[in-house]
Design a protein around this ligand. Structure first.
Ligand code: HPA
Length: 248
């Protein structure tokens, strides 16, 4: 039986629609997860586990998130599917602020993060296949749910993961665009790879918070990010509700 977890990013610290059954704070061999695991029901009888990636309240920067503790912890709860929601910057023309994309590829520009569960001397040398980093079945489910919900989304896109916490330079975004990135975020990796190492199906919902650096005149402001995320996350909540209803 499948068990779904939702990881909420910036702008989604809580899932308002979740009828909370219990909250559990756990520790793992890799340390403490970002927040307590919130177990609840999303508009039907099917349980969902929610985790706030940046803590609740939002206080953990992308490069400081204990991705291993988060993913390991979800595995301990029997999670088989993760939908990871993340705020992103829009690089290519379709990725306008407040838009939603379901990426199908990743380029990882992050560094220095604990990015594997296979690093002890006694661990076998393991190379997971990561050709297609996201679960195709989960992505199809999300795309179908978006159609049912009447939401216009981008069904593909390449997510570039930067280290942060600063935003990028205009030249970095130009290079990322030449590399083939449509979206830029700071938390997609190593999260996706760690889920794959543990055999958990994983898909991402990118919510565009702003045009990436150099794509518009002027500075990127927090006020603009918050305003776009307000709209984008409300649509994401609709998408998750329909996804979960259809998963029954
Ligand atoms: N860059 C990286 N991460 C982001 C951005 C951005 O422009 N916006 C939201 N998350």
């Amino acid at each position: 039986m499948s068990r779904l977890a939702i990881i909420g990013g910036t702008g989604l610290t809580q899932l308002a629609e979740l009828k909370i059954i219990k909250r559990e704070q756990i520790s793992t061999p890799y340390g403490t997860p970002s927040a307590e695991f919130v177990i609840g029901e999303l508009n039907n009888q099917k349980e969902v586990i929610f985790l706030a990636r940046h803590g609740n309240p939002h206080s953990i920067a992308p490069h400081k998130i204990n991705y291993r503790a988060n993913i390991w912890g979800l595995k301990q709860f029997g999670v088989t599917q993760i939908i990871a929601v993340a705020a992103v910057g829009g690089i290519t023309s379709e990725m306008v602020p407040a838009h939603i994309a379901i990426p199908d590829q990743i380029i990882d520009y992050s560094y220095g993060r604990k990015h594997t569960f296979f690093e002890d001397e006694n661990d076998p040398v393991t190379h997971i296949d990561f050709s297609y980093p996201y679960s195709q079945a989960l992505r199809s489910g999300l795309i179908h749910a978006a159609r049912q919900a009447g939401l216009s989304i981008s069904p593909i896109g390449t997510y570039g993961c930067t280290q942060g916490p600063r935003l990028e330079t205009a030249a970095e975004i130009k290079r990322m665009e030449q590399d083939g990135c449509d979206l830029v975020g700071m938390t997609g990796m190593p999260e996706a790879a760690l889920a794959k190492e543990l055999g958990i199906d994983y898909a991402a919902v990118g919510v565009v918070a702003n045009w990436a650096a150099g794509k518009t005149e002027g500075e990127i402001t927090m006020a603009e990010i918050e305003q776009n995320l307000h709209i984008g996350m409300a649509n994401t909540a609709k998408l998750l509700k329909v996804f979960n209803d259809l998963a029954q």
